[in-house]
Design a protein around this ligand. Sequence first.
Ligand code: SF4
Length: 464
Amino acid sequence: MRATTATSIPIELLRKYDRPGPRYTSYPTAPVWSGGVGNDDYRVALRAAAVHTDKPLALYCHIPFCRSRCFYCGCNTCITRSEESVSSYLDMLEREIGAVAGLLDRRKQVSQLHFGGGTPTYIGNDGLERIMTMLDRHFSFTDRAEMSIELDPRVTTCEQLRYLSERGFNRVSLGVQDLDPQVQEAIGRVQSEQMVADMLAEARALTFRGINFDLIYGLPFQTVDSFGATLEKVIAMRPDRLAVYSFAYLPNVKSNQAKIRPEDLPTTEEKYRLFATAVEMFTAAGYKQIGMDHFALPDDELSLAQDDGRLHRNFMGYTVQAAPEMIGFGMSSIGYVNDAFFQNQSGLDSYKSAIAEDGLAVYRGMHLSQDDLVRQYVISSLMCNFYLPFNDLRARFQIDYRTDFTAEHERLAEFFDDDFLTESEDGLTITPVGRTFVRNIAMTFDAYLSGDGNGRKPTFSRTI
Ligand code: SF4
């Protein structure tokens, strides 16, 4: 049952490892965070972080509005055409940014900014300018700051792209998903290939770098042939980066997904073949696989950072900017400050009323223990660089892998047997075939997967 390439992995192995598991955009994962962490804890953390005036911050701004809801959507969105709703949200954002900046005092440098959503450009240039003015009032961006935004080609205009470029944004990510008309109909998101190509051409002409396309596999009616045709068109356009996400079908959690019929979805094996086809076609076209499900051209910063083991991952995705602390603004946003996670209220009304009352809107979070920090490093290292360096682990945490992770190492036996992992004196390396199973390997080091002690077990999408 040996496999040498992603496309030759036998179905038995796929079945064996296809189980619910986290995507590890954080460790510990959000479902185990506690409602006992709130605004007062956030204030203490921000004040403690304020002393590190020389360390840049990463900022995330959640702009939740969309014109209509795509059937596959798993994001935290508000469907609205009401200008009043947008305007009152921006009022609350302004209060939150002011409150957080006040607590951060003289810590102002920012090396990474990301606008996510929702559809950030849906609020128009005036709305975007309002937010940028708020941020400029309190923070200063470093010369090489990475400033990125998610774009929906159906909504974003060329005029908006020009505005973003003039305002210092240097990275854009286009939601493409799939170019097949039948798939697009079935997911409630119809956008032509020409629309995507035009937006890419305009972004390139405006010298945006690291232009990314988001694709999704596992959508209704996708077949290896149809998805392969989409991939061919995408490769011909040659964006710098690609993210190929697995569709997490959770209709009981996301009611809009109930519009997708389960019988139209690919089977587990077909779904995996879609992903394997993407791996094969993108790598044959010269892209490097970054982390689990991203690809980048060899001269892109992400590829160069992975080569040097400098790649990082946070809620904004893979990055080369190692801002240790991240501030989230807006509903449902997540921050990481002073070794603790903080998440804002996830509903529009609950976010607005929390900010109106107290200036901050944290409703859950988690202070990381020393054990959490060690495991966070181990999982991040495996997810980003497919490598766990024992020396670095020792230097950072005075942890000896061989004596302190004996139980976990024993549980890795199946991955060694299946040729997904190799071990040397220096560290653990995930093989090219094993990269597909990196979530499974990382789960070995997750101390919370048995539940949170209250009988509640987190719900995760499947790993394959
Ligand atoms: S545009 Fe994006 S955020 Fe908005 S509904 Fe569609 S998938 Fe969700």
